[in-house]
Structure formats: C-alpha cells, structure tokens
Design a protein around this ligand. Structure first.
Ligand SMILES: N[C@@H](CCC(=O)N[C@@H](CS)C(=O)NCC(=O)O)C(=O)O
Length: 208
C-alpha cells in the first residue's frame, strides 16, 4: 500500500463505505475518522459525509471521489473504457444515488437505526408509507438484473460498488430482508459481492 487516504464520515454510512471499498480495490491504505454529518468538524459545504483527503486534495461527492481514486490509483479497473458501456454504469449509479438510497434510507434504514441504536420508538407510519414504493423499486431492479445477470459487462464496476451498500443496508432491516429474499437475482448478486475481498474488508460492525 502506498498513499494514505483519510475518510471523514460516519462509521455506519453508505457513502463512507463506498469510498472504503474503492480504496480496498485500489490497494490504498485508508483510515476513517468518525465525523458526524452535522458536526462543526464536518467540512462538507452541504453537511454530508464523507469528506476525503487524498494526494494533497480535499474532495467531496462520492461519484467524483471514487472516479478519481479508481482513475489515479487503480488503472480505472472499475470503469469501462467504452463510453457506451460506461453510460450503463453511470445510469445505475445515478439510480442508486437519486432514487434508491433516499427511498430506502428514509423509509426503512434510518427508522430501524434510530430504533435499534438510539432506542427511539419505531416509526411504523413512515415504514408503512414507504413499503409500496420500495416494493416497486425492488421489482424494477430485479427485472433489470434478470436480463443480463449483471449491472454492466464488467465483472465488478463502480455500479456494483455504489449499489452494494445501498441494497445491503436495506437487507439489514427486517422488511428489506423479506423483500430481497423474494428477488433471486438480487440475492445471488449480493451473495457474490460478499465473496469479494473489498466488500468483506469493509463490513459494517452491525452486520451479522
Ligand atoms: N451527494 C453526497 C451524498 C452523501 C450522503 O448522503 N451521505 C449521508 C450518509 S451515508 C449523509 O451525509 N447523511 C446525513 C444527512 O443527510 O444529514 C455524496 O455523494 O457524497
């Protein structure tokens, strides 16, 4: 390992983990400095995590950060050189960031974290409201994944890196686990990802 990457983010965080996975793929030493999104220590101008220090740069926004790390330190192994292929990965990354993450996070992941970790009463109304939309989203991605058995033609790409923590977070909730259990292709893909060293090395402490 050569360059040291400093990742300022919350420890149980989808986007912090995405950066950690790309560091592992790139064989870059990295450390995560626990920084709450809304703390005065957080330097992100829009109050998000992570903020990343690498190669003398201070970077924000996980798409930009992961593309930089993969391009500079991993021979772009996670990005196809063919624009017609790369656009497919970019589409899945955008779907993960714009639709799946907000839907899963607000509707299931955060209510369960607040209940399990902070001891708050479980927000059942929030969950009940979100479940039909989550079901629809799962149906869509399962049908898409069934077409080719993969998100892109690369064995493992930035699309996998973004989608894995998003779906794994959902799977760690009781309703998410039940939903994903009905999606054979999704389940097979998640199980395959778990065999990858970068995924195993970045497991959340809360994972069974
Ligand atoms: N656009 C940001 C999104 C990052 C993001 O949403 N991070 C979550 C944690 S996984 C966060 O900061 N949540 C705290 C909040 O929204 O207040 C990126 O790509 O880095």
């Amino acid at each position: 390992m050569s360059s040291q990457v400093r990742i300022f983010g919350t420890v149980i965080s989808t986007y912090t983990r995405i950066v950690q996975i790309v560091c592992e793929e790139s064989v870059l030493a990295h450390e995560t400095i626990a920084t709450a999104a809304r703390s005065p220590q957080n330097r992100h101008p829009f109050g998000k995590v992570p903020v990343v220090e690498i190669d003398g740069l201070e970077l924000i926004e996980t798409v930009a950060i992961t593309q930089y790390i993969d391009s500079m330190h991993n021979s772009s192994a996670l990005q196809s050189p063919d624009p017609a292929e790369r656009v497919v990965a970019d589409k899945w990354i955008a779907i993960a960031n714009n639709y799946l993450f907000p839907l899963f996070e607000r509707g299931l992941v955060m209510p369960w974290i607040m209940h399990r970790v902070a001891g708050h009463p479980l927000e059942r109304e929030t969950i009940d409201r979100a479940l039909p939309q989550i079901s629809l989203a799962l149906g869509y991605v399962e049908a898409e994944l069934a077409k080719d058995g993969a998100w892109t033609r690369l064995d493992f790409s930035l699309a996998d890196v973004f989608l894995y923590p998003v779906f794994r977070g959902l799977q760690l909730t009781p309703q998410g686990e039940m939903g994903i259990a009905q999606c054979d292709h999704m389940l097979g893909w998640l199980n395959n990802c778990e065999k990858r060293a970068s995924i195993a090395a970045t497991r959340w402490e809360s994972e069974p």
